[in-house]
Design a protein around this ligand. Structure first.
Ligand SMILES: [Zn+2]
Length: 323
């Protein structure tokens, strides 16, 4: 029978998360270290763990084992600190997808740091001004943070403002610009790893590198010429800093359209979205991924809607959750 592979998607790995982390879409991108190890243990004992160079065999029909491709978006410090030792222990390769501007800037994007500062300043008047957006809300307690951040992210998507483009001085809390607030005490879950850290991991032989855009702007928002630049400059930065060619990419926020896929095909052999694309319409430049949401018992319904990932996680005993 023809062999197949599935792709798992991770972002960060942490031993635990601070109590300020109540914004679910962000929290759902983190996996506890021991759950990560259970998943890697399970996968590596049953499947071939793939590198980008192994993917061709699944498309030309010569693959001899079912495979798992472990993908990690954004190149976060928390991933390298907590997941890399696990991957080394199991000799399981993973591919990390780098947004080069994020790595170059070396700081947690303001949109993510906001959650910590908002929690620390309650009750807080939050104001975000960016281009034509003027978002203003009063947040009285911890329970309001998730709803307000959901509203803010929705506003950003509706107006096609890239979340990563928001600067700290465009956000204020109780009248104080966020860039004037101390970051001391903020665990910085979305802080990028340095090029040095990524290079050392890559040189260790266990980490492959892919592209994730220059700026993290959703590909479907960009014109074809902007897309060319977004991908070409991302690849160039990766080549310069890591001396490797990125041949696979993942789409920021998983977003794409027909035009995107044509440009992806010019720069990369394989492209991955963030969700499950029906097998019948999957192509090399538009492949499915399964997010791995271990954090809460109530993530089980979403696991069940992704039967493959759910099966892995249940068998790995890794659905116990943060709580
Ligand atoms: Zn991303």
């Amino acid at each position: 029978m023809r062999k197949s592979f599935k792709t798992l998607m991770f972002h960060g790995v942490a031993d635990d998360m601070s109590e300020h982390c109540v914004f679910m879409p962000s929290r759902n991108c983190f996996v506890r270290t021991d759950d990560f190890e259970k998943a890697i243990d399970y996968c590596s004992s049953r499947f071939k763990i793939l590198r980008p160079g192994d993917l061709d065999a699944y498309f030309d029909g010569t693959a001899s084992d079912d495979g798992i491709f472990i993908t990690v978006d954004d190149g976060l410090q928390y991933f390298f600190d907590h997941a890399l030792p696990v991957l080394k222990k199991y000799n399981a390769p993973a591919t990390v997808f780098i947004t080069s501007d994020w790595t170059n800037e070396g700081i947690e994007p303001a949109i993510f740091a906001l959650e910590y500062h908002l929690y620390s300043k309650l009750p807080a008047k939050l104001v975000v001004k960016k281009n034509e957006l003027h978002f203003e809300r009063q947040v009285t307690g911890k329970s309001g943070i998730n709803a307000v951040l959901n509203e803010l992210w929705n506003e950003l998507f509706n107006r096609k403002i890239s979340a990563n483009s928001i600067r700290a001085n465009e956000i204020s809390l109780n009248g104080v610009p966020m860039n004037e607030l101390t970051d001391e005490g903020n665990p910085g879950y979305w802080k990028p790893a340095s090029w040095e850290t990524i290079r050392a991991a890559h040189l260790s032989g266990i980490i492959d590198i892919g592209g994730h855009g220059k700026t993290h702007t959703p590909f479907s928002w960009l014109r074809a010429d902007e897309l060319e630049q977004e991908m070409a400059e991302n690849k160039k930065e990766i080549q310069t800093h890591l001396n490797t060619e990125a041949v696979v990419c993942t789409f920021p926020h998983g977003m794409y359209d027909e035009k995107t896929l044509a440009v992806v095909g010019k720069h990369f052999a394989y492209g991955f979205t963030n969700r499950v694309v029906p097998a019948a319409v999957e192509t090399r430049t538009c492949l499915s991924r399964y997010n791995v949401p271990f954090q809460r018992p109530n993530s089980i319904p979403s696991l069940l809607s992704y039967p493959f990932a759910g099966k892995i996680l249940r068998k790995a005993g890794a659905v116990s959750g943060w709580y």
